[in-house]
Ligand binder design. Structure first.
Ligand code: BGC
Length: 254
């Protein structure tokens, strides 16, 4: 059992970088500055565990750790890890990290973590109905909520778009890999948002990831023709950290 006032270390594992920060509860606000480190390459279980250990040591944190992972997670077990080492597939990420850092660890999908933070503390706060969070980063992540309750592991970044995997043309990485203008990339994002709008019919779509900081450059055009209201994330890069910590708090106070 965990006390209701406490600090949890939230860690957001991405295909390019790993970010960590201390999150204060019950407020759910980050305390101090986050730490950013590059994702090891190859991002094997052993290499990523060393990275997580460094972050834990940096913050001198002895309490529980919540981690967002860029792949679907069922009861701790990794389903796919397209932007990390394939050695993760089928591994229990909670056990791997717990053994390496000797702390209690909760692992959930990274987009689900960002969505939890946005729905409860950011752009989705007090919004009713169905909310879809879409994160545009190295990959595309998705998190689906109905009346504040998460339906985990939706993986809508892998829908087929223009004959291929959607995240290959509509992620932030696709824009930088191809050196596309905001306008050109925005057309792919619009096609993607129209597709998820058509399939899921949400009331609100929150668009997150680093590119959401510059939403004015592309979001007005990319949300044309989408029936759901489309808004940029409010917590930007902090969402994944805060949401991962929220999930750990929920898990360990049960
Ligand atoms: C993964 C998702 C993840 C997203 C963002 C995708 O490639 O399959 O699980 O949420 O990238 O990191």
């Amino acid at each position: 059992m965990i006390a209701s006032c406490m600090i949890i270390l939230g860690i957001d594992i991405g295909g390019t970088g790993v970010k960590g920060g201390l999150v204060d509860f019950p407020s759910g606000v980050m305390k101090g500055d986050p730490l950013h480190v590059p994702t090891p390459n190859p991002a094997t279980p052993a290499a990523l565990t060393r990275t997580i250990k460094k972050i834990v040591q940096h913050f001198r944190h002895s309490g529980p750790v919540g981690t967002g992972f860029p792949g679907p997670i069922r009861r701790g077990v990794v389903g796919t890890a397209v932007n990390l080492s394939p050695r993760w597939v089928g591994k229990n990420a909670e056990n791997v990290f717990q053994k390496g850092i000797h702390r209690r660890v909760c692992v959930i999908n990274d987009a689900d973590a960002a969505g939890l933070a946005e729905v409860h503390h950011g752009a989705g706060k007090k919004q009713k109905g169905t909310i879809l969070m879409v994160t545009l980063g190295t990959g595309i992540g998705s998190a689906l909520f109905y009346e504040g309750v998460l339906i985990p592991n939706t993986e809508l970044g892998h829908l087929t778009l223009e004959g291929g995997d959607a995240e290959k043309i509509a992620s932030a990485k696709a824009r930088s890999d191809h050196d596309w203008s905001w306008k050109k990339w925005g057309r792919h994002v619009r096609e993607y948002l129209q597709r998820v709008d058509h399939l899921i019919n949400p009331d609100l779509i929150i668009v997150g990831g680093g590119v959401s900081k510059r939403a004015e450059k592309w979001l007005p055009r990319a949300s044309k023709g989408v029936r759901a209201k489309v808004v940029p994330a409010k917590l930007h890069n902090e969402a994944g950290i805060v949401g991962a910590a929220m999930a750990a708090r929920q898990k360990f106070s049960r």
